[in-house]
Ligand binder design. Structure first.
Ligand code: GLU
Length: 427
């Protein structure tokens, strides 16, 4: 595939549009179809005024984007972060459309977010932002229309407020309007660990496909939030050695393997960063140095923090042979090119982090059926779905001489185009 990347101010959006267009060309889609699939179906921008605890008034901006709703209800997380913007939300929603299509889940793609730093809000302010945001996008939402979930900066408590605010609006409890909820409100066992579980399964499968295994592999992880933390725990459980971990506070390392259980305990007991836990050696301090973790000698790198974390310079320093994208869009297009040239095998986000939305789908199934499945059943189902999708992805990439990223885009776009074609064009 042609690898010349166009340039624009919003790299994430340009990059996913470019990838979809490339996939459309590869598939030789009839004229105009790919442009229809690229364009977000609906983009809603809302104003969120709230009262601060000190009585002053503040205003934030939020978005909800339903990128594709051809194959099923729109599905995707809500992000609270200062960098959230219209274009970032559109790009992440498009990634969700490809992700659900690639994973063969009967869902569309969506994303939402508020441009706010949740760390600067008290719990009561966070609740007010959430309730007002949900009120503003209320008409978009519903179990058959659009189902949010957690993403960067949001969690199960935020999802509980989303469920409550929506339920108040319709006059009865609607657990299925949101996933990633607390268990007591119809959440699913296994949802917490699902994205990290999928990342580790992706790592195991790509190792297997290359005649090796995860056991004894040196792993470096950027991000120790929900995804990175679970990826570390589960990879260590399979015998991998976690030699480096980074978060916004900096980088820690231990060539013999970081004690993940101790690290989890320390962060649960109040340490705000991995560098403050007294575990491993502190190699660097500060968010801007967190990518130094990739320069540690390793076999597998798992970027599980924010998009665009790895650019050209960082790509040159990566020592790993495999990069498993736990975050959405962690590599810039330039970094992706460099790593491909260097022969590094990249397992792309729309597959590697799809364990989360896969489990969300299982949560929706449980909500529809008013059932609660046990944790082993849910975990096994997430793993089986990851395995089936890897079989398709690996087979397609190998048969057609494509990278996993290109193959994933082609398979995702093909599923969207087929559904679009079958439904036809109205009017
Ligand atoms: N925010 C997650 C993602 O980017 C989960 C989305 C969902 O479960 O709907 O895949």
């Amino acid at each position: 595939m042609n690898s010349a990347h166009p340039h624009s101010d919003d790299q994430a959006l340009t990059s996913i549009e470019f990838r979809m267009r490339q996939a459309g060309e590869w598939l030789k889609l009839p004229d105009g179809v790919i442009e229809t699939l690229i364009a977000p179906r609906r983009v809603l921008e809302v104003s969120i005024p709230i009262r601060r605890d000190d009585g002053t008034r503040e205003r934030f901006t939020g978005w909800r984007v339903q990128h594709n709703i051809t194959r099923g209800p729109a599905k995707g997380g809500i992000r609270y972060h200062p960098s959230v913007s219209r274009d970032e939300t559109v790009s992440l929603a498009a990634a969700m459309s490809l992700k659900t299509a690639l994973m063969n889940l009967p869902l569309g793609g969506a994303k939402g977010g508020v441009a706010v730093d949740p760390k600067t809000l008290s719990p009561a302010e966070l609740e007010r932002v959430t309730r007002r945001y949900v009120s503003e996008i209320f008409a978009f939402l519903g179990p058959d229309k659009d189902v949010p979930a957690p993403d960067v900066g949001t969690n199960a408590q935020v999802m509980a407020w989303v469920m409550d605010q929506y339920s108040i609006g319709v006059g009865h409890a609607v657990p299925g309007v949101v996933t990633g909820k607390p268990l007591a409100l119809g959440g699913s066992l296994g949802r917490d660990s699902a994205t990290g579980r999928g990342v580790v399964e992706a790592a195991m499968l790509v190792c297997q496909a290359n005649g090796t295994s995860l056991e004894g592999k040196r792993v470096v992880i950027q991000g120790f939030g929900n995804v990175g933390m679970w990826a570390a725990r589960l990879a260590a459980g399979w015998g991998a050695r976690i030699v480096g971990i980074a978060d916004v506070g900096g980088v820690i390392s231990d060539p013999r393997g970081i004690d993940i259980d101790a690290l989890v305990l320390a962060t649960r007991n109040g340490s705000t960063s991995v560098v403050d836990c007294g575990i491993g050696e502190v190699l660097a301090r500060g968010a801007e140095r967190s990518t130094e973790v990739f320069a540690l000698p390793s076999d597998i790198a798992m970027p599980c923090a924010l998009g665009g974390a790895i650019d050209k310079d960082e790509a040159m320093t990566i020592t790993a042979k495999y990069v498993i994208e736990g975050a959405n869009g962690p590599l810039t297009p330039a970094a992706d090119d460099i790593l491909n040239e260097r022969g590094v095998i990249i397992v792309p986000d729309i597959y590697a982090n799809a364990g989360g939305v896969t489990c969300s789908y299982l949560e929706q199934c449980q909500n529809y059926a008013h059932l609660q499945w046990d944790e082993d059943e849910v975990n096994a189902s997430v793993v089986n779905t990851m395995r089936a999708a890897f079989k398709r992805l690996h087979g397609f990439a190998t048969q057609n001489g494509l990278t996993y990223r290109s193959a994933a885009s082609v398979l995702g776009v093909k599923a969207l185009a087929d559904a679009h074609q079958l439904r036809g064009l109205h009017p």
